[in-house]
Ligand binder design. Structure first.
Ligand code: TYD
Length: 124
């Protein structure tokens, strides 16, 4: 931050434990929508709420925790095999996602029962 405003940098190797392959953002929330409801088998992600606020619930198969994202200088890293749900987006929310892989539908687990089964198998 200086008298011209704020500059926030995301750089490979600095605070994130993966190489960046893809960036996308979610915006234009008209109210009431939730998103996510999936896990990734391999993908790692960094989520940063650039504007507004939202809540991200992370579930590792045994525990669920909810984080409020409302600060563009803070990020939430989500590793593989974490079920995530995003709720309570403010209408002005802009949620940036920085990802370790290109889009691959095969990496998604979109069924919660399947996620629990795969998470239990991975533990053994
Ligand atoms: P999805 O990851 O399910 O969104 P969210 O978790 O935010 O609810 O993606 C929504 C749709 O967009 C789905 O059909 C896949 C598509 N999509 C892409 O084509 N490329 C991408 O990089 C992403 C993230 C999604």
């Amino acid at each position: 931050m200086d008298d011209r405003g704020s500059l926030v940098v995301i750089e490979n190797g600095d605070g994130i434990n993966f190489d960046i392959q893809r960036i996308y953002f979610l915006s234009q929330f008209t109210g009431g929508q939730s998103r996510g409801f999936h896990a990734h088998r391999d993908l790692k992600q960094l989520l940063i709420c650039l504007k507004g606020r939202c809540e991200v619930t992370c579930d590792n198969g045994t525990q669920r925790e909810t984080a409020v994202l409302d600060n563009p200088t803070h990020g939430l890293v989500i590793g593989p095999m974490i079920w995530r749900e995003m709720h309570n987006f403010s209408q002005d929310c802009v949620l940036l996602a920085v990802a370790s892989q290109k889009y691959d539908e095969g990496d998604y687990i979109r069924d919660y029962k399947m996620f629990i089964k795969e998470a239990k198998n991975a533990e053994q």
